[in-house]
Design a protein around this ligand. Sequence first.
Ligand code: GLA
Ligand code: ZN
Length: 673
Amino acid sequence: MEKKQHPCPSFPHFIHGADYNPEQWLEMKQIWDEDMALMKQANCNEMTVGIFSWSTIEPREGEFDFSFLDETIEKIGANGGKVILSTPSGARPRWLAEKYPEVLRVDDQGRREHIRGRHNHCFTSPVYREKVRRINTELAKRYGKNPTVIAWHISNEYSGQCRCELCVNAFRDFLREKFHGDIRELNRAYWTTFWSHTYDDFDQIEPPGVLTETGIHGLNLDWNRFVTAQTVSFIENEVAPIREYSQLPVTINMMYEFTELDYHKVARVIDFASWDCYPEWHNGDDSVIAQRAGFWHDLYRSLKKKPFLLMESTPSLVNWKPYNKPKAPGLDVLSSLQAVAHGSDSVQYFQWRKGRGSSEKLHGAVVGHDGTADTRVFRSVQTTGSILQKIDEIAGTVTDAQVALIFDWENMWALNYCQGYAKDDKKYFETCYAYHRVFWERGINCDIVAPNADLSGYKLVIAPMLYLTGEETISNLAGYVRDGGTLYGTYMMGTVDENDLCHLGGIPGGELKEVFGIIAEEIDTLYPAERRHAAEHELADYCETVKLLGAQAVVCYTDGYYKDTPAVTRNAYGKGTAIYQACRDTGSLKEKVLWGILDELGIDSAVHAQAPLAHGVTAHSRTDGVHTYVFVENYSDKEVPAVFLREPMEDLLTEKVTDCCELPPYGFGIFKK
Ligand code: GLA
Ligand code: ZN
């Protein structure tokens, strides 16, 4: 059965395009025509427009002038291209903030911002919501059924917080609702008798900040939850008029290692995921950089469990890192196809053409200030475009993963607030990346999911450092194992509940003790240079001691005061198995245990690989339910030994049948069966 899921159903192809800002060239209109010719030459078929166009389309309050957008969309359409149309709320026109200062944010010292920058409006302000709704309505009415437009890009990179009176009151209402209007319930959940910080009324509550309370961890967590909820409600306000006048799907562009919003929640109000990927290529081992970017590609695919779009990437360099280095020859094409290997249905750039002025004038773009196609960067984009055309049948295919890794924003916030362990250096991202790497190196697809996700389709679920586990998570994980799943947990698991209160009766909390068949006792936090061992494996940072409650020790510590006690345990529970790794290893322990589990569960690589592939090499697969498409990628700048496929396949780039993929520096292959 065919199972394709195109993010933009009205254009069931790979999208190859860029952020396009022709409003910056209104006084040099010849550039617009040059752009059209260059887009064809670059093998681009899409432009994302309108992201920062508010002052052009509504120069004065209520006075709309759509001529610029009409002409842009019409030109792109006539040129054979498609448009992803943005709502402009990411940056507002000057008149709006001058007339209605309430749209400007207030910081955590009570200071209201002046007009500056972007992505900095108050999410609560009824005026801002109303103005955004108005312009989105106009846009949706005018372009919602335009055949050139294929999707809506809502605002830009939502982020940040506001502590104005409107937001503070909304926060109090949020808490009133959560705690059923009962301040005693809040006091209980927040453990406020500690330091005599008991509240008498919801109106006494202030958001955590530089001058306010930060020691109540439940409050901190609820503030993060509120910021997510308020952003989600702002997005809903943006999307409502669009849904009224348009059937086209909506997305928001998300970010790398973004900590401020719980994207698991945000994803519920969009139709497909998209994100902006800017790894720091060549700053160290490119295979590590690639694998970390791959983690986020996997996450964005898993958010909606279907193909996503790579909404932004640079074809050469960015301009906002401490050092801004262009991609080496070959890496731009490879890193673009990396997104596709992980489930993207697009390769899109920021930006099409370099602007002449302001802060992003030196940011990489498909077309530079020379305005020609005769550059290394332009040719690289052309190459990517022609490859996407060759492999177009892959667009819409999905990713089947038998392994999932749990990543959770709430858990990350709770770990960051937690005073204990290595207080300011708990390494949640790094630990998740380290487990993800085991699968990346073997060429095994891995989904990244929320703790409350439906886990029933996975043979193996990894839950690194899952410190915060509420009732729902505990019962989800326990149910998964009971029904036959294999769960791999680690030190710190199940320490606190959803209000950041420690579980009583021992950890991991609740039923997780029976699931893992252990009870954890103490954590030895090591100093940075300290090392311990478990058999031949080196350990760093954390060695937790556990008592067996039915589990078996798989590996024991060989030094420390816990010598000969369990470092890794295994327990049969219901129809499934639960493995617990009580310590952090520097590489080999988790690999050894996980490789054994992969063999036991019969989880195979996308290619022929009984062991990790050569350093820098990985593989991924996509499927339409009938065909399998395999991507083999080499992120090292050296030629590496050829990778063998599991069986002879069609090489989609050479159209020959082969079972072998040669891998020059930054080389790759794409195969079909
Ligand atoms: C972000 C923004 C873009 C641009 C790029 C530069 O992703 O969405 O508008 O500023 O960064 O890298
Ligand atoms: Zn506000």
